[in-house]
Design a protein around this ligand. Sequence first.
Ligand code: RB5
Length: 142
Amino acid sequence: MIAIASDHGGYELRHKIMEHLTKRGLEYIDCGCDTPASCDYPDYGKAACAKVVSGECDRAIVICGTGIGISMTANKIRGIRCALCGDCFSAKATREHNDANVLALGARVLGIDLALMIVDTFLDTPFSNDQRHIRRISKIED
Ligand code: RB5
């Protein structure tokens, strides 16, 4: 199960991604925002990350205009490893090396096709389970 959320800056892209997930037969929980009216990205980023922390969702996708504010928000939450990705190489590497459980996207930075490729790469790449990566990840949180 995937949690997805955005502020107004990511509203359109979030809807494109939800359509894409449905076409792929993947289930998601939409954590808002509910309208394209101006709103605060931390409210929605926190809601999606809470689904991951609780175990209701395996991964989350969070979107704002740049992806920066919502990724900062996500990475303040214990248990969340959020990667802001603007390319598929990073999306693959952050799954293999960092076991990232949240993907942040900048809707005003990315074209839709690239964003969807990044989403697919993030969702389809498993963690490597290499000892060195497990060790490094264990040093992230205090
Ligand atoms: C909203 O205008 C914008 O600040 C927000 O979407 C995001 O880019 C913040 O980091």
